[in-house]
Design a protein around this ligand. Structure first.
Ligand SMILES: *Cc1c(COP(=O)(O)O)cnc(C)c1O
Length: 449
């Protein structure tokens, strides 16, 4: 049996413990939602204020040169590249994940259209984050491709021979399950398909090796484990073998080879810079820079490998404590136990009260979140082509995979400790034992869950 004292001892022995001081964590809060919006870096208010008052306020337009605004997307990209197995010059921080996905999926379809025009499928998982599926659906409609959604990763192999682009999210946003990027990319390539990866729940959370893992294109999010602030710019990476090959479709002036030549024709910049579109959001990029600083501060302490081993220790501890202390309360573990198949979050399902339990926890300062299963899904959701599921004939119905309501807990090893894990499980236990979650105020729905 684990005790509170054990957890405190693990915190005392944790070489990453001091990194917590890089953040402003509100008193009384245990923050288990860094997979949705990371905690504010303590340096962010002063740094962003300086960008406003000194750079914007006094340098004005001169700041594009004097304060390095102009190449900020590239400079941040070079720093972020180290966290995802990319080389400097291969990655830029810009736009949103959704917009970047549109760019890379367009480019991938263009390459596939030239190299393998008979392939007409874009393949993804039904459980992928909706914006990824919506972007793919829109592009497929425009380009005459079919979006094929699988319910299980095991169904991918069967469709690869007709697949132009395999578009997956590395760590699933609902379940925390992680793909083996190298193995899946290799299978895609062996079958003649391109591999596009979304690293929204991976960058800053788990070690990623884009070059070593054989990815073709990748995008990722700045405001989750990278702590870049609400709506922080995302990132986009293209393998050097593709970077020069096609224009991405949003051929704006910031992706031009010489934007200040003001020529009437478009000439793409060499390499990844062509994936920029318009004038960049400097204040938001400044927030992202503060967030990147927090993750890169782990480098002298072992970097992503050290963050990963702490993250696994935290999620293992959470799973063990939930099973010890909340047994008999109807919680089911959704996240894989296998380390190689787990990201940095733990999801639990419960047939009743998942939303209200999360609300009761939030009222106690334990901030996780809730993701609705099929029973709560909005009607009229667009249906892409489905595959027969393994356990029955015909196509899956709306929602398809029988997804349960989920309580979702993200573990950012930069600012969470083992005592936080202990305390969050004690609150969860209290909420269940006392049935506090049945109170009406915890059952009223908010717009953002
Ligand atoms: C969070 C997340 C996004 C967010 O996209 P935005 O364009 O920032 O809204 C996209 N895809 C996945 C897989 C995510 O987890």
């Amino acid at each position: 049996m684990t005790t509170l004292q054990d957890c405190r001892a693990r915190d005392a022995a944790d070489p990453l413990r001091a990194l917590r001081d890089l953040f402003t964590i509100p008193p009384g809060v245990i923050y288990l939602d860094g997979n949705s919006l990371g905690v504010m870096p303590a340096a962010a208010p002063a740094r962003i204020a300086a960008a406003v008052t000194e750079e914007w306020g006094t340098q004005l337009i001169r700041a594009w040169n004097a304060s390095g605004w102009f190449d900020l997307p590239q400079r941040l990209g070079d720093r972020l590249a180290r966290l995802v197995g990319a080389q400097p010059g291969e990655l830029v921080c810009t736009d949103s994940t959704s917009v970047n996905l549109f760019k890379v999926l367009s480019a991938a379809l263009k390459i596939a259209g030239e190299d393998a025009p008979q392939r007409r499928l874009v393949v993804s998982e039904r459980s992928n984050f909706p914006t990824d599926l919506y972007i793919a659906e829109g592009l497929c409609r425009e380009r005459g491709y079919t979006l094929q959604l699988v319910d299980e990763p095991g169904q991918i192999a069967a469709v690869l021979p007709d697949t132009a682009v395999l578009m997956l999210t590395h760590v699933n946003y609902r379940t925390g399950a992680m793909h083996d990027m190298a193995a899946v990319s290799a299978a895609a390539h062996a079958a003649g398909a391109l591999a596009v990866w979304d690293l929204a729940h991976s960058a800053g959370a788990v070690p990623v090796d884009l070059n070593g893992g054989g990815a073709d294109f990748a995008v990722g999010c700045g405001y989750k484990y990278l702590n870049g602030g609400p709506g922080a710019p995302a990132f986009v990476w293209v393998h050097p073998r593709h970077a020069q090959r096609f224009w991405q479709p949003l051929s704006g002036w910031w992706g031009h080879a010489a934007p200040f030549a003001f020529t009437p024709d478009y000439q793409p910049a060499p390499g990844i810079a062509r994936y920029l579109c318009g004038t960049q959001p400097i204040l938001s990029l400044t927030g992202l820079e503060c967030g990147l600083d927090t993750v890169l501060a782990a480098e002298p302490l072992g970097g992503m490998a050290a963050l990963r081993s702490k993250s696994l220790a935290l999620t293992d501890q959470f799973i063990a404590l939930v099973e010890e202390r909340c047994a008999g309360h109807g919680l089911e573990l959704v996240t894989p136990r296998d380390h190689a198949a787990r990201g940095s979050q733990v999801c639990l399902s419960r047939t009743e009260g998942a939303y209200a339990i999360v609300q009761a926890l939030i009222a106690r300062g334990v901030i996780g979140d809730y993701r609705a299963g099929d029973s709560q899904a909005a009607p009229g959701r667009p249906q892409a082509a489905g595959l027969p599921s393994g356990d029955g004939p015909g196509l899956p119905g709306p929602g398809g995979a029988g997804l349960p309501d989920i309580l979702r807990f993200g573990f950012t090893p930069l600012y969470l400790g083992f005592e936080d894990v202990w305390n969050s499980v004690e609150h969860l236990r209290d909420v269940l034992v006392t049935e506090e979650w049945r109170r009406p105020e915890f059952n009223a729905r908010h717009a953002v869950t």
